[in-house]
Design a protein around this ligand. Structure first.
Ligand code: PMT
Length: 407
């Protein structure tokens, strides 16, 4: 197989030393690697290190044209099969989101048509800043993919999310993307997965929620990524880490989940709604703590939006997969949901069954299709359930394509 070309854009943070390791590991994995650096990146590590690791020239000055027959930043943008920005600082993320091109990295990124993967690394509070979040969200809409930072000790002394993902994991993602196309039925597919619980607030102290751990949805996200998809994960509050390489949108309430899902719906090929979304929320959200009184308390609830139903009503080309968490008459309710929500597949689990449903590492599901067929799966790990489900989705996509060909 031809060697694939990777342009690694290194911007200025303490994690630049990890970018040197990443360059070395990508080269060892048989990729052609060229490195481009910002001025601040060169404050941490010199270009010579990257030159030695990549066995290629290192680029940092837009006006230093090494070959008069070419314009370097355009040539490099065209050369790359994949561009990785690692570490990506808040500054470069902000410039890219706003179309600013004032150095070689940002100029090249604006000229690029290859996929762009961004691996942020910064202080935990910087990463949580609304401006950074907004810029990341904007870059998602441009089709850029994020390799989420991991949690741990940060150079600034804080513990939290902000560490550049480990070079080995980034190399695995690159290999999945560039060298395993035959095993990847979901290549070029955009998949949105919802996972975890929602929280519906009563007052600043209390909320209503459910037992969802996010394990089912996160397993689907990881498997979809492995099968080649570009994955967006809309997640309620959970304690498990998101798979590296997934675009994560954190939400709390059903309303926030609806906004996030609807914002991305049109561009998606597949939607999988494994989240346990609250059907009701308190009719009033008290801004101060409700003080206890003698006697019973009565609280009024109102319906939340039915996101799956809305998706079904607005469905165009997308494959829509819903879940059904039931405790009785599972098949009846699953088939009813298929019809009522205009879903293509319903994955039903009886959450009273030992080994099924919430929190555990296993599930027992039946996958129902619109044509009345069903696939009953035994007790399996959530990873295996995810794989079986995605292969059913792939089968459905292929059937649809064949159907269209016949028309
Ligand atoms: O997260 P885990 O601990 O791994 O647990 C996995 C799980 C039990 C949460 C998962 O397997 C599951 O069953 N998810 C669906 C839970 C659920 O809310 O089921 P439901 O039957 O109430 O809802 C039916 C469908 O409508 C679901 O796809 C749900 O995401 C969706 N829904 C529900 C309410 C609402 N307001 N909007 C929705 O879109």
């Amino acid at each position: 197989m031809d060697k694939k070309n990777i342009l690694l854009c290194v911007t200025g943070g303490i994690a630049v030393y990890k970018a040197a390791a990443l360059t070395s590991k990508l080269s060892q994995a048989n990729f052609n690697v060229k490195v481009m650096m910002t001025a601040s990146a060169m404050e941490f590590v010199t270009p010579l290190t990257f030159q030695a690791m990549s066995r290629n020239d290192v680029y940092f000055d837009t006006f230093d044209e090494k070959d008069s027959a070419k314009i370097a930043h355009i040539d490099l943008a065209d050369w790359a099969d994949l561009i990785i920005v690692a570490p990506a600082t808040a500054n470069t993320i902000g410039k890219l989101a706003n179309g600013i091109a004032d150095d070689m990295v940002t100029t090249t990124l604006l000229a690029a048509t290859a996929p762009v993967w961004i691996a942020p690394a910064m202080n935990v509070h910087m990463y949580d800043h609304p401006a950074v979040k907004k810029n990341i969200e904007t870059l998602h809409t441009f089709g850029h993919r994020f390799i989420e930072p991991s949690e741990g000790f940060l150079a600034c002394g804080y513990i939290g999310k902000g560490r550049l993902e480990e070079p080995e994991k980034i190399v695995n993602l690159v290999q999945d993307k560039l060298t395993k196309p035959s095993k990847q039925p979901l290549q070029n597919k955009k998949v949105l997965i919802t996972a975890g619980p929602t929280r519906e607030h009563v007052d600043p102290i209390r909320f209503f929620t459910n037992h969802s751990s996010g394990k089912m949805g996160y397993a689907i996200a990881a498997k979809a990524l492995e099968l080649g998809a570009e994955v967006t994960l809309v997640s309620g509050p959970v304690t498990i880490p998101a798979p590296a390489g997934v675009n994560v949108i954190q939400i709390e309430t059903a309303e926030e989940m609806k906004i996030a899902v609807m914002q991305h719906y049109r561009e998606m090929d597949i939607i999988i709604k494994s989240a346990a979304v609250a059907d009701y929320r308190p009719a009033v959200h008290h801004s101060e703590k409700i003080k206890k009184k003698d006697g019973a308390m009565v609280m009024e609830f109102e319906r939340t939006a039915d996101i799956l139903k809305t998706l079904g009503q607005e469905k165009e080309h997308q494959i829509l997969v819903g879940f059904a968490a039931e405790t009785q008459d599972v098949e009846y309710y699953a088939m009813k949901k298929l019809q009522d929500k205009n879903a293509d597949i319903i994955v039903a689990n009886n959450v009273k069954q030992e080994g099924a449903g919430f929190s555990g590492d296993t599930n027992i599901v039946t996958i129902y299709h619109r044509d009345g067929s069903k696939k009953e799966l035994p007790l399996l790990s959530k990873e295996k359930v995810a794989e079986a489900l995605l292969l059913e989705v792939d089968k459905l996509i292929k059937q649809k394509v064949q159907g269209q060909d016949l028309l």
